[in-house]
Design a protein around this ligand. Structure first.
Ligand code: SF4
Ligand code: SF4
Length: 442
């Protein structure tokens, strides 16, 4: 997945208009005033302390590359690929630089220009295609669940996925304990009988959430039903495309966005589109930016995005059903998922909900808004840096004495679960929906 030859033949990009190739997101780079306020917030700058691995340094590199002042080099690729796209620098920035948009556009441009080996191209195509069709993804996950993992590891190494093979045993372990996958075939989940439906909502089942972490999707559906919602699993929906966008596969991300817009627009009676994965939510709230040059879809994308709500945002915005039974006393700490806190500005809602569950004691950790190092498939592509960032988070968690880490994004859940499992640590990671579900049913 990483082998490429370097070539720089494309003309520079005008940052005034982003040019006709859909790079308008680069315009935001002009707002950087070089103040440096963002540096302490950046996980890679905290570890390495080098300007080129800071937001400001990367902005300089992105601008120089877009203006044609520098070409592609191994050094440029390294500094760009080491960024987690966690967007913590956006929260810190007083000038409103939308760093994530610019990084996504830069990676897309780089992807157009570098020449990958045939094996690398094939392995990328296979990998990303699996996530573009949820039925195919479910089949792959079923095979993974049923079979011995050794042939899968050999096959993945053969196809150039050696970085991914280490996750196969962990994935199988999670799959063995999870309940049935979710197939978004238009099924309606009716509101709980004791609280007749007052609202009808759509639900993004997600690629990883509907397979590997399907228990969380099931819990989310029960929680919404307990909160007087009829929930429809809109037919035709697919992966949100966030992973594709962050890895430079911009056109594929646009195709997935259009598919989701078409799928959900067939249900005009839903008042909101609920998302329980913060990376997907941030992506879907910005479909308008992704499709800004698409005359047919731009307006539809903005309408779609205005309906997208994170689960915590939706529950806090309506009257949360607080008919909880008390859970056994449990000290929990909360990890702010990057794309919830920095991508969507949501920090108080999950905490408000946690504080209302009897038996839960929320103990805040230091730097809860720092990335855990998972960042989509970053932990696979940059395992060394990911581990160092994760270790700093684990130190913060250790100081809280919490037995449960609450995190509402699949990569964070997998990142912490893998570390706990590999080190024989009995602490657990739970999604907010799982805690709520337990509180409603215990
Ligand atoms: S997105 Fe995250 S890792 Fe990348 S420069 Fe900004 S703070 Fe650093
Ligand atoms: S805080 Fe904003 S304006 Fe200041 S250096 Fe960072 S990105 Fe540029």
């Amino acid at each position: 997945m990483v082998g490429y030859n370097l070539k720089n033949s494309e003309p520079p990009i005008s940052m005034e208009d982003g040019d006709s190739r859909g790079y308008g997101s680069l315009r935001t780079l002009q707002d950087c005033v070089h103040c440096g306020f963002c540096l302490p917030s950046c996980p890679t700058y905290r570890v390495l302390g080098t300007e080129s691995d800071s937001p400001r340094g990367r902005i300089d590199l992105m601008k120089a590359y877009a203006n044609g002042e520098i070409g592609i080099s191994n050094s440029l690729m390294e500094h760009i690929s080491l960024c987690l796209v966690c967007r913590n620098c956006e929260t810190a920035c007083p000038s409103g630089v939308r760093f994530g948009w610019a990084m996504d556009a830069t990676r897309a441009r780089l992807e157009e220009e570098i020449h990958r080996s045939v094996t690398d191209r094939i392995s990328r195509r296979i990998f990303f295609s699996v996530f573009e069709n949820l039925a195919v993804l479910r089949t792959v996950m079923r095979l993974l669940r049923l079979s011995n993992f050794l042939p899968f590891m050999r096959l993945s190494r053969l196809l150039g996925f050696s970085q991914f093979s280490q996750f196969i045993p962990v994935t199988q372990n999670v799959l063995k304990n999870s309940s049935g996958f979710i197939n978004p075939g238009g099924r309606l989940y009716k509101a709980d009988g004791n609280r007749p439906a007052t609202r009808k909502v759509g639900f993004l089942v997600g690629c990883i959430m509907s397979t590997l972490l399907a228990d969380i999707d099931h819990a989310t559906l029960r929680v919404l039903n307990k909160n007087a919602c009829d929930v429809v699993l809109c037919k035709g929906q697919t992966c949100c495309g966030a992973m594709h966008l962050h890895e430079g596969e911009r056109e594929k991300a646009k195709t997935l966005a259009r598919k989701n817009i078409d799928a959900f627009s067939k249900y005009p009676d839903i008042e909101a589109i609920i998302v329980n994965s913060s990376g997907c939510g941030a992506q879907m709230k910005e479909y308008g930016v992704l499709l800004e040059d698409d005359l047919k879809y731009h307006k539809k994308a903005e309408e779609f995005s205005s309906k997208v709500k994170d689960l915590s945002e939706f529950l806090c915005g309506s009257q949360l059903n607080t008919s909880f039974t008390s859970l056994p006393d449990m000290k929990v700490t909360y990890q702010d998922p990057c794309h919830l806190v920095h991508g969507q500005g949501i920090r108080k809602e999950p905490r408000e909900i946690l504080r209302q569950i009897p038996g839960i004691h929320l103990q805040e950790m230091e730097d809860s808004e720092q990335c855990c190092g998972a960042a989509g498939i970053y932990s696979v592509l940059n395992p060394g840096m990911s581990e160092q960032i994760l270790s700093s988070r684990i130190n913060s968690i250790n100081k809280t004495g919490a037995k449960v880490v609450v995190a509402s994004n699949p990569p964070c859940i997998i990142q912490y679960s893998t570390r706990f499992q590999n080190t024989g640590d009995s602490r657990r990671v739970m999604h907010l929906a799982e805690l709520l579900d337990q509180a409603y049913s215990s």
